[in-house]
Design a protein around this ligand. Structure first.
Ligand code: FMN
Length: 402
């Protein structure tokens, strides 16, 4: 059964959701599923903006056929060539043989790589500032390289003031009938997934996102249509402010996140003890995670959110406990920056993780590593109470008063 919704008078959402996929990109757990958004503009010409992942192809083509209602498809605009959006280009061309494919030079390079042809006979190559008049609407093409692939562009509809934002403003989570952010409790139910999506998938490219936000600030935007998750047509400032913070690596909250690794529970106990001391000193909303039991994408998201992060890890064969080492590598890969961090190490005979974690964290930009740190020899001793207090004091002293 078709399932479509109007975004504006002339623009229709024809996307679909997958609630079966366990791992997005075969990495990220998506217990709430994911949507693949696609949009049709019905004007004198008909335009499709991006296709969908192969997993929802059946639903997508049923939606498209319903919306076109016997009309031919004139244009496909390819804003992003990642296969969760471009997978159906080949099928689409077979089903709608008159369609012209609109993309930039890099788009067509990738189309050739994925589909073995660059559809030269139907290709419309656009560049920054080019427009496409479809009747009452004029579409503007704005290049958005490395948000988060090189070929990415966004499309702006001048008439309805709609920005088709590619993966920008996207989030994990299936759409459940309510396709607009103002129809859901975004802050309660979606923000964590939006942050996890952004920080893990786009997070490395903050400078590119900043460049796009600057270009977008010159446009009058009433609606943001992302390729995943809810559409924004109200309170755009909310999500723009989040993007401003995430892309400049500014913490959303003055908050402490404690990340510990443990085999036998002693480092966990010390981490909890620190959390307790911080709470006693008035720190609120402290978050504590076991790195082995929390997906690294959630840890990355929490690290972006908070101003302060404590890393607590055992020494393992002379190195950093592997799961913690993996997290530190991921932080570097995703260009995490602008944090205040503190360290706790454990070791039964030669604890060295604090030094090693310090070296890795020092490679990140704009990271302040507190001098006060704690070494645990197997289990934290009651005599170390003073050290716990001192570390908690150092963390509190480095936090902005709110
Ligand atoms: C496989 C393995 C390797 C370890 N390697 C070291 C090491 O190189 N240096 C050290 O001081 N302790 C080493 N330890 C000891 C742990 O770091 C220590 O027992 C620590 O207390 C574990 O903390 P936990 O109770 O939080 O798991 C090792 C432990 C294991 C199981």
């Amino acid at each position: 059964m078709y399932n479509v919704r109007k975004v504006t008078e002339d623009i229709v959402w024809v996307g679909a959701s997958d609630r079966r996929l366990a791992l997005f990109e075969n990495i990220f757990p998506i217990p709430r599923g994911v949507s693949y958004n696609s949009y049709v503009l019905l004007d004198e010409k008909t335009v499709l903006l991006d296709t969908v992942d192969a997993s929802v192809a059946g639903q997508f083509f049923e939606n498209l056929e319903h919306v076109l209602d016997g009309r031919k498809l004139d244009y496909l605009i390819v804003n992003h060539m990642e296969p969760d959006h471009c997978a159906m280009i080949g099928d689409l061309v077979r089903r709608y043989p008159e369609v012209q494919v609109v993309g930039n030079t890099k788009t067509f390079g990738m189309i050739k790589q994925f589909f073995g042809t660059d559809f030269a006979e139907r290709a419309v190559t656009v560049k920054e500032g080019d427009t496409l008049a479809t009747g009452a609407h004029t579409l503007h093409f704005v290049m958005a390289p490395m948000v988060h692939w090189p070929e990415v562009m966004v499309t702006y509809d001048e008439k309805d003031k709609v920005l088709f934002a590619a993966d920008g403003f996207g989030t994990f989570g299936a759409l459940n009938g309510n396709i607009f952010a103002d129809e859901v409790d975004f802050d309660r139910d979606w923000l964590d997934d939006a942050r996890r999506y952004y920080t893990n998938i786009v997070g490395k490219y903050g400078a590119s996102v900043q460049a796009l936000l600057k270009k977008a600030s010159g446009l009058e935007i009433a609606v943001i249509c992302p390729l995943h998750g809810p559409i924004w047509r109200e309170n755009l400032g909310y999500i723009l402010e989040k993007y401003q913070k995430w892309s400049t690596y500014e913490a959303e909250d003055q908050a402490v996140v404690i990340l510990y690794a443990t085999m036998y529970g002693n480092t966990a106990s010390a981490a909890d003890a620190l959390a307790g001391r911080l709470a006693a000193k008035g720190v609120k909303k402290i978050a504590v995670y076991d790195v082995s039991n929390t997906h690294v994408s959630e840890l990355i998201s929490e690290i972006f959110r908070a101003s302060h992060v404590v890393f607590a890890a055992p020494t393992y064969n002379g190195g950093i406990y592997p799961v913690m080492e993996n997290l530190l590598a991921d932080m570097k890969a995703l260009a995490v920056q602008n944090k205040t961090v503190a360290l706790m190490e454990n070791g039964t005979w030669a604890p060295t993780t604090a030094k090693q974690m310090r070296e890795k964290l020092a490679e990140l930009k704009n990271v302040t590593i507190l001098d006060t740190q704690i070494t645990i020899k197997s289990a934290m001793a009651p005599e170390q109470e003073g050290q716990l207090e001192a570390l908690a004091d150092a963390i509190v002293a480095s936090m902005d008063k709110q």
